[in-house]
Design a protein around this ligand. Structure first.
Ligand code: BES
Ligand code: MN
Ligand code: ZN
Length: 516
């Protein structure tokens, strides 16, 4: 998708489809408070073209509600599409992101390859969203996110992706900043889609080795440092927890390392991004029920998230160093697989010391095992601030639904930065508790810890397991199990892999850049 920026009057844009935002400006409450759909443009010709349908009451400007007008009078566009934001007083940047996605997803199945979106004038928006650059960036992100469909394996696939998306600015103000916002939005949206394209791949097409190759190819394209290590390196580093997950599969594991080292940044923090890259999770000997087991191809979503976040950092070039560790393996049952009751030894932070021992009670709690060694390795490589992403527990979806993802942190300052990032990316995370009372639940009688903590508070005991390896290093854990896969298509996003957390992690990282 090409993203263009136009400063021409929107009524004179020759385009297949001109999308204009609308919102409900009714502020009265009660039964007589009929919706008051209002266009968020000051263009008189577009206003005139839509006046009749707005007066009819047929269109209420609800969130992502659309209405199409063909051959609008006095407007150069072939079609005029109204896209709703819902109540204007409550509109956020996320509404704009979704509206752009909705416009793109409206155009795609109709065979339109090109469209334009009129950005609202700053004055037409409530104060919270009146930031021109934020609105511009969100619109471009939303268009990219809307353009993605997971249909590459269909023989009857017609590539309906959008060739050109034009953002039409309401006026010439802040021109340079708006241009930068368009470029940033494209990097972020495309990076999120890159994660989705990896997550979409089935287990047979994307083994740990192939995930390593895809990461390396991307790294070469954007200029990241990279290394992909195999089983021998795991043995050398004494990554006994990670290796124990891989040992049941004929597919070798891959330890993927990506490095972002901006020129002239020799000190300050080193961010450690750690991702769970289980390319298929059968559960191992503690095998999962067959219903929905196919979905466990997306158990590498956390790893894909980190690979994609590093891509965005390489292109946006914030002045902060980052290193990503993706622990990729397949969790399979076999004669060589680890068994419940086995004891494994994790990688020690200090090579001269012994590693922590783990009693394996359930081989399906494998994500925390690979992440344990991933977190330790990131620390050994000098990471000062850790963030991990993983489809770690079904329990997080029980706790928060498939609406909000879980976040855990041992450090308020770092989490504060993450919360700030969420405000601009529109992603929904909720901070969950940690604490000794939870940590007690994973104490083992025969080893240092055990890999499950029982039925209750499953997402929290999993987080406490990771905490044992993050120790005092500032650390954020994102459990994205409930959000990494979207079950039903929405107006602004296709079902399938969501790419959740990519933009928020990038935004969090940018917050550490020199001067921030
Ligand atoms: N990959 C799963 C978690 C998961 C479940 C992700 C559903 C996405 C959707 C993870 O490896 C797992 O199996 N967790 C177990 C942990 C339990 C054995 C302690 C779970 O959640 O049941
Ligand atoms: Mn599992
Ligand atoms: Zn898993």
């Amino acid at each position: 998708m090409q993203t263009e920026l136009s400063f021409a009057p929107i009524a004179s844009l020759s385009t297949e489809l001109l999308a204009v935002l609308a919102a409900d400006t009714q502020t009265a409450k009660g039964s007589e408070a009929k919706p008051q759909p209002t266009l968020l443009t000051s263009d008189a010709r577009v206003q005139a073209a839509a006046a009749q349908v707005l007066a009819s009451g047929e269109y209420k400007a609800g969130a992502n509600e659309t209405l199409l007008l063909h051959a609008p009078a006095g407007v150069a566009a072939k079609r005029l599409l109204l896209v709703g934001l819902g109540k204007l007083a409550q509109a956020t940047v996320q509404n704009i992101r979704e509206a752009a996605g909705t416009a793109v997803r409206f155009a795609k199945p109709r065979g339109l390859r090109e469209l334009a979106l009129a950005l609202p004038s700053a004055e037409s928006l409530p104060h919270a969203v009146a930031l021109r650059t934020a609105v511009t960036r969100a619109a471009v992100e939303g268009a990219w996110i809307g353009d993605f469909d997971a249909d590459t394996y269909r023989s009857d696939r017609r590539d309906q992706s959008i060739a050109q998306f034009t953002v039409a600015a309401p006026d010439e103000a802040d021109r340079t900043a708006i241009e930068a916002a368009v470029a940033e939005g494209a990097v972020l949206g495309e990076s999120q889609n890159f994660a989705r394209s990896l997550i979409h791949e089935p287990g047979n097409k994307l083994t740990p080795t192939i995930l390593g190759q895809r990461a390396a190819l991307m790294a070469q394209q954007v200029g990241l440092g990279w290394e992909v290590h195999s089983g021998e390196m795991l043995a050398q580093l004494k990554m006994g927890a990670f290796a124990s997950v891989a040992q049941g599969s004929v597919e070798p594991p891959a330890l993927i390392v990506l490095r972002y080292e901006p020129e002239g940044v020799a000190d300050g923090p080193i961010l450690g991004l750690v991702g769970k890259g289980i390319t298929f999770d059968s559960g191992g000997i503690s095998i999962k029920p067959s219903e929905n087991m196919d979905k466990m191809k997306y158990d590498m979503a956390g790893g894909a998230t980190m690979i994609a976040a590093m891509r965005a950092l390489a292109l946006l070039k914030p002045r902060v160093r980052a290193i990503a560790i993706i622990c990729a393996a397949e969790n399979m049952p076999s004669g060589a697989a680890q068994k419940p009751g086995d004891v494994q030894t994790a990688m020690p932070l200090d090579p001269a010391q012994p590693g922590k021992t783990i009693e394996i009670l359930n081989t399906d709690a494998e994500g925390r095992l690979v992440l344990a060694d991933g977190l330790t390795y990131a620390r050994r490589l000098g990471a000062t601030h850790l963030i991990d992403a993983a489809t770690l527990t079904g329990a997080i979806a029980i706790a928060l639904g498939k609406i909000t993802a879980g976040a855990f942190a041992n450090d308020d300052e770092s989490y504060g930065r993450f919360e700030k990032a969420l405000a601009s990316t529109g992603e929904r995370f909720w901070r969950m508790p940690l604490g000794d009372a939870y940590a007690d639940l994973i104490k083992s009688e025969i080893a240092d810890i055990k890999n499950t903590g029982g039925r209750f508070g499953g997402a929290i005991t999993a987080a406490e397991f990771l905490h044992v390896f993050a120790e005092e290093t500032p650390w954020i854990h994102l459990d994205i199990a409930g959000l990494a896969w979207i079950d039903d298509t929405k107006p602004f996003i296709a079902k399938g892999p969501s790419g959740v957390a990519v933009r928020s992690i990038v935004e969090w990282a940018r917050g550490f850049a020199a001067g921030c």
